[in-house]
Ligand binder design. Structure first.
Ligand code: FES
Length: 81
């Protein structure tokens, strides 16, 4: 399986709108499922797309208005492959 790369926008708007919780959720998900070797987690700065935030890029795909439910769906799907 290819590594999954996750880039979380850490700009203040996205962070305040949910990425703080989303980041905690991802870290928890990685730990619970022992995915340290499978997932590359990084943060980036505001990309001026705050209005559609919180924004997270997963394997090059930009996701907007990301919630924990959305994340769980996306990650579970990717991990089945
Ligand atoms: S803070 Fe994330 S796009 Fe601006």
């Amino acid at each position: 399986m290819d590594k999954i790369s996750i880039t979380v926008c850490m700009g203040s708007s996205c962070f305040a709108r949910g990425n703080q919780q989303n980041l905690a959720f991802i870290e928890d998900f990685i730990n619970k499922n022992n995915l340290n070797a499978e997932i590359d987690l990084a943060g980036n700065r505001c990309e001026n797309k705050c209005a559609s935030g919180p924004n997270i890029i997963i394997n090059g795909v930009e996701y907007t208005e990301v919630t924990e439910e959305k994340l769980e769906q996306i990650l579970s799907q990717l991990l089945v492959k």
